[in-house]
Structure formats: C-alpha cells, structure tokens
Design a protein around this ligand. Structure first.
Ligand code: ATP
Ligand code: ATP
Ligand code: MG
Ligand code: MG
Lengths: 255, 255
C-alpha cells in the first residue's frame, strides 16, 4: 500500500519543490510508482515536471472540490511518475473551504482512493501553515521537512512542530516524521555548520544522513521541465537525491 | 508625508525580509524616520531587528483587529527605526477576517494615522497572495518586488502582477511599482544571467540599478538581531543596501 509523504515547511525557498520533484523522480527510477500532488498555488512542481502554467487545467483545486482523481491525474514524460497539477486557482481554496464541513480532510479522503495504485504519493506544500498544508499533513503518513541551514529557517521550526503536534492530536494521530533534510548545504560556511549543529541536536536521528549540497544544476533543471537526473545525471544534485531515495527505501524495508 | 512601501513576492525565500530590515536600516542611517511593519506570521523581520519570538507581544494582528498604533509600536536598538512586530497569531487573521467588512483596508486605515510621523513605512509581506499581502498592497503607495534570478521566481511574476493590477483597479488605484530588486545575485552563474535578461526585458526601467549580491554576512546578521550595516558595515551586503537606499532617496527627490 502506498505511503503518503507531505513535504512541508512554512519557511519560503528551502527546497520543498526541488525535493518533491527530484526525490519523486529518483524513486520512480528505482521502479516505484510515484504520484506528485502539487498543493501549492505557485504550481512550481507542475512546471518543474514539464507542464506550463494553465489556469484552465483541472488539478488539486478540483480534487478538493470533489472531482474524481482520474479526471486530474497526468502522466509525465518520466516513467511511472504521475502528477496532480496545480494552478493559481488553488489559492481560492483557502477562502472557499473556511466554512466547509471536514475542510481539513478533503485531500485525505481523495487520496485514500489512490493508495493501492502508487508506492509513494508526495505532497508539495506551499510556504504557509494554511488549509492546504493542513490538508496535506492530515492526509500524510509522514512529513519530510526540508530546511536550509540559516537563521530564519531555524526560527520557524517551533511553529511547524507545533502544527504537526496539533495535527497528530486531532486530525491525524498516525502522522510521523519521515525526516529532516538539510538542503542547499554549503560546508564552507560557518553559519551552515552552526545551524547544522543546532538542528542535529534538536532532531537527533530524524535528520537524514543524506545532505543536499548547493548545486546550480538543481536550479537549472526546472527551466527545462525536467528532474535533475534527466537534466544532468552526473551532477552532485542528482546524486544526492538518488542517495536520499535509497535512504528512504532502506528505511521502509522495501526494494 | 511618509511613503508606504510594500515588499512583496509570493515566491518564498527571495529576500523580502532581508530587504525590509536592511533597506530600512540604511534609510534610518540617512536620517529618515522609518517604521517596519512585519506582516508575516513567521515574524522574521521582528527577530531580525532584535525581538525574539513572543506570542504574547501585541503587534500587527492586534493592529488589524483595531488596537491603537501607539500600543504596538516598538523602538528598536537602532536610531529612528521603529517596528510593529508580528507573531504566529497573525496567521489567524487570514481566517478571522474572511467575512469582516472592509477586510482589505484594515491596515490602510491604521497606517493613515502614522504617515506624518515617519518618512518611510516598510511592509514585510508573507510568501503568499493572501489577505495579509492584500492588506499591505492596499495600504501601500508602491510595491518593491525582490526577486531571485532563478526559474521558479520568474514563473511567479505573472500571478504577482495580476494581483497588483486587480488591486490598482479596485482597492488602491494609486499603487505604483517602486522597483524590482535583483537579490542573491551571482554573476558567475549563466542561469542568473539568463533570468536577469528576461527580467530586464519584462520590467524595463523598473529594475533597480542596485543589485544585491549573494553575501553570507546578510544571512549571518539576523542571528545577532542586527541589520547587516551594524553587523558588518564593510560587507558587500551592507554596501548594496546603502546603495539601494540612495537610489530610492534620489528617485523621491529628497535628502
Ligand atoms: N540544493 C540546491 N542548490 C541550488 N539551488 C537550489 C537547491 N534547491 C533548490 N534550489 C533553488 O532554490 C530556489 C528555491 O527552491 P524551491 O523553489 O524548491 O523551494 P521551496 O521551498 O519549494 O520554495 P517555496 O517556499 O516558494 O515553495 C529555486 O530557485 C530552486 O531552483
Ligand atoms: N543577498 C543575500 N545573500 C545571502 N543570503 C541571503 C541574501 N538575502 C537573503 N539571504 C538569506 O536567504 C534566506 C531567505 O531570505 P529571506 O528570509 O529574507 O527571504 P524572504 O523572501 O523574506 O523569505 P519568506 O518567503 O520565507 O518570507 C535567509 O536565510 C536570508 O538570511
Ligand atoms: Mg515550492
Ligand atoms: Mg520573509
């Protein structure tokens, strides 16, 4: 049965989308059937997987409003990697669902129909602890937290963990931490080293062994609509996400 | 009469807070009276100016709910630089104000009382086109758009400009573009150069002459609760924000 992993952190620009795309592509390369769900109205996972912005294309917004999953799932150009796209429409869901019944559980109910068709369902979250992120955390088995080793990123951790706690207590008692992923890591910077030490102390063994280095190939790949392994397999960016996929597969005992 | 500038871009991690703090400190160093309003529940401008997180401290949330401005304004450790802080409470405003009358104009009404006391009022926005950002764009005379020269940042421009357009048509016809600021600029990267060319073509002379380089001192300063000029005046980061302040002052013909 497929595992649902939410990739979340309300701090902006920490590598949520880059992780959603490249971890998913790496898992698909290892013969997993993977579905990426773009829960961010910015729709960066959608374009990074080769689908230009299109406000008319049905996607996650429609899914939350009750559309059948089959009506919104897209096949990407990459084997066994599917996508439920997003568009700027999705920003409206935060307002429209405010008074709706079971507003936090909409995504969970819809993804339950898909668990037997995928090995992994990866949820790319927006940079906010809003209803979209709450829907993702409620639907997920685990949360993967990308984090830059910088001061503001450290500051936001307690708010994120409080949100995870409150979701575990009410909406999703089974939610666990998949891991904390250090991203854009530059070992030459003392700031990075200092924040890394703080994070490892706080999160202990929840921090992934794999660390994602700052690597320009990761920033270039999305402009070609491709994951980094298809854009430049020999890059450190591609190698680090393949290592992350191996680490996650080893933890869940499969493959 | 004070100018109100919103620092906005829904793309996360592009340097909104870093610009709010360091441009404000540079203007204050040039003897302007400056007020920073932290409109982001992450409260990074608040901590970057030396005020640790404190959910009990009154701030922007209270201002939006009708508190008197004098009850929430803080003096910082830096001459003629004041702050209206934020806390994670502020995230609740997005939901609580959904059905309220004049929900978009709350900040505008409150800041009107302060215009004669400051030369500049800088609004640090969250990474979302939500009610907080809309309040800031409705209250502002102009919007300053920090942007990284990377692909996903380019993608988000059209959604941001559409939001600015729709606010100009209804809530704030006087809203202009203060400028587009290229941040974390690394001239050695071809990706940066390509995206820069696209941005200059799209925004023409709205792009500031001043470009903010990637400079680790800018990332280190917030952990000391200081703007970069107080942390390391000789750094390229401090120099670039002083240049930006000069450019903005020259444009508005003062000083
Ligand atoms: N390891 C890396 N090395 C270099 N660039 C990176 C790396 N990871 C991400 N980037 C680039 O940094 C920027 C921010 O990353 P990304 O958009 O994935 O973050 P995000 O957390 O999804 O942002 P948002 O909060 O806006 O959703 C992007 O331009 C991306 O291409
Ligand atoms: N020019 C720069 N050089 C190096 N680091 C920078 C620069 N500008 C910002 N940073 C660092 O990059 C990170 C993102 O910047 P910042 O938090 O200011 O962006 P933001 O747009 O306010 O993010 P958010 O969308 O989460 O509000 C921070 O850790 C900051 O210290
Ligand atoms: Mg993203
Ligand atoms: Mg910020």
């Amino acid at each position: 049965l497929g595992r649902i992993i939410a990739i979340a952190n309300q701090k902006g620009g920490v590598g949520k989308t880059t992780t959603a795309i490249n971890l998913s592509a790496s898992l698909a390369a290892a013969d997993c059937r993977v579905l990426v769900v773009d829960c961010d109205p910015q729709a960066n996972s959608t374009s990074g997987l080769g689908f230009p912005q299109d406000a008319e294309r049905p996607g996650v917004y429609d899914l939350l409003m009750g559309a059948e999953p089959d009506a919104v799932i897209l096949e990407t150009a990459f084997d066994s990697l599917h996508l439920i796209p997003s568009s700027r429409h999705l920003a409206g869901a935060n307002v429209e669902l405010v008074d709706a019944d079971g507003r936090e559980q909409r995504l969970k109910k819809q993804l339950a129909k898909l668990r037997d068709r995928y090995d992994f369902i990866m949820l790319d979250c927006p940079p906010a602890l809003d209803l979209l992120t709450i829907n993702a955390l409620t639907a997920a088995d685990a949360v993967l937290i990308p984090i830059q080793c910088e001061y503001f990123a450290l500051e936001g951790i307690s708010a994120l963990m409080d949100t995870v706690d409150s979701i575990q207590q009410s909406l999703n008692p089974g939610l666990s931490i998949e891991g904390v992923l250090l991203t854009m890591f530059d070992e030459r910077m003392t700031l990075t080293r200092q924040v890394e030490a703080d994070l490892r102390e706080f999160f202990q063994e929840d921090v992934f062994q794999t660390v994602i280095p700052r690597n320009v190939r990761l920033a270039e790949a999305p402009s070609h609509g491709k994951p980094v392994m298809q854009y430049d397999l020999r890059s450190r960016g591609a190698e680090s996400y393949l290592n992350l996929a191996r680490e996650i597969l080893a933890r869940s005992g499969s493959r």
